[in-house]
Design a protein around this ligand. Structure first.
Ligand code: ATP
Ligand code: MG
Length: 237
C-alpha cells in the first residue's frame, strides 16, 4: 500500500534524506532502525506530511501524496504517533481525542469504533476527564495512539514508542499493536530497541546518514539479530 521512492527531504534547504526507497504491503509491519541522526524521524515526518519533501514520491495505493499536506494524507489513511506525542497538556483526554474523532468520521472509513480503541487502553477510558499533562508518560503515549486510531488509519507510523517508558507499559502498548496487526493495520515502527523491532515486525530497514543501507526481508530478523555485525555497524553496537 505504501511505496516511497527516491525521497529527499530536510531542513532549511539542506537534505537529510538522500533518496529513500521503502515499501509496505497492506497489513504488513516493518521497522526502521538506525543510529541517532540517521534520519528516521525525518522520514516519518515526510511520509505523514509534516515535512514537505524536496523531491521523490510517497505513493499510497498508487497515488502520489508527496505534495499533499498532512491533513490530506489523513484522508488517505495515514496516521502518526510522534516522538514527544504532540498532545495538548492542559486539555483533557476526551478533548485531545475529539478532533481526531471528527477527522476520522470525515475520512469515510469506519475501521475502529471508539469502544474498540478505548478497550485497547483501559486507563485512557478511565481518565477521559483528566488533563493529559497530569498523566504518566506511558499513559500519554496510549492517548497519542488512541488519538491516531480515531483517524481510522490504514497505515500507522510510530516514532520511538518505547523510549523512556517502563517495561510493563511497553508490554501493554505492544499488545495493543499486536491487536492492530491482527486487524490488518499496516505498521511502520521507528525503534531503538531491536528486540521490539524483531518481535513486532516482519521486515526491517536499516538507515544510515539519510539512506536505507540494508533491508531485512521477511523472516530475516532472527538471523540479523543473531549475526549482530550489521546492527553493530549501523547502531554503534
Ligand atoms: N528541525 C530540524 N532542523 C534542522 N535539522 C534537523 C532538524 N531535525 C533534525 N535535523 C537533523 O536531521 C538529521 C536527522 O535527524 P532525525 O531526527 O531524522 O534523526 P533520527 O534518526 O530520528 O535520530 P534519533 O535516533 O536521535 O531520533 C540530523 O542530522 C539532525 O540534526
Ligand atoms: Mg528520531
Amino acid at each position: 500500500m505504501l511505496k516511497v521512492r527516491e525521497l529527499r527531504a530536510g531542513y532549511g534547504g539542506v537534505d537529510v534524506l538522500h533518496g529513500v526507497d521503502l515499501d509496505l504491503a497492506e497489513g504488513e509491519s516493518a521497522a526502521v532502525v538506525g543510529a541517532n541522526g540517521a534520519g528516521k524521524t525525518t522520514l516519518v515526518r515526510a511520509v505523514c506530511g509534516l515535512l514537505a519533501p524536496s523531491s521523490g514520491r510517497i505513493e499510497v495505493d498508487g497515488q502520489d501524496l508527496a505534495r499533499l499536506p498532512g491533513h490530506a494524507r489523513v484522508k488517505h489513511g495515514i496516521a502518526v504517533v510522534l516522538e514527544g506525542r504532540n498532545l495538548f497538556p492542559e486539555l483533557t483526554v476526551a478533548e485531545n481525542l475529539r478532533v481526531a474523532q471528527e477527522a476520522g468520521r470525515r475520512s469515510g472509513r469506519r475501521i475502529f469504533s471508539r469502544e474498540e480503541i478505548l478497550s485497547l487502553f483501559p486507563v485512557v477510558a478511565e481518565r477521559l476527564d483528566t488533563p493529559v499533562g497530569l498523566m504518566s508518560g506511558g499513559q500519554q503515549q496510549m492517548v497519542a495512539i488512541a488519538r491516531a486510531l480515531l483517524l481510522q488509519p490504514r497505515l500507522l507510523l510510530l516514532d520511538e514508542l518505547s523510549t523512556g517508558l517502563a517495561p510493563k507499559v511497553v508490554r501493554e502498548i505492544l499488545a495493543a499493536l499486536a491487536h492492530l496487526r491482527g486487524r490488518g493495520t499496516s505498521l511502520l515502527l521507528v525503534e531503538q530497541s531491536i528486540a521490539i523491532a524483531a518481535e513486532m515486525t516482519q521486515r526491517g530497514y536499516v538507515m544510515s546518514v539519510g539512506r536505507v543501507v540494508h533491508r531485512i526481508e521477511h523472516g530475516g530478523w532472527a538471523a540479523t539479530v543473531e549475526d549482530g555485525t550489521l546492527l553493530k555497524a549501523y547502531l554503534h553496537g
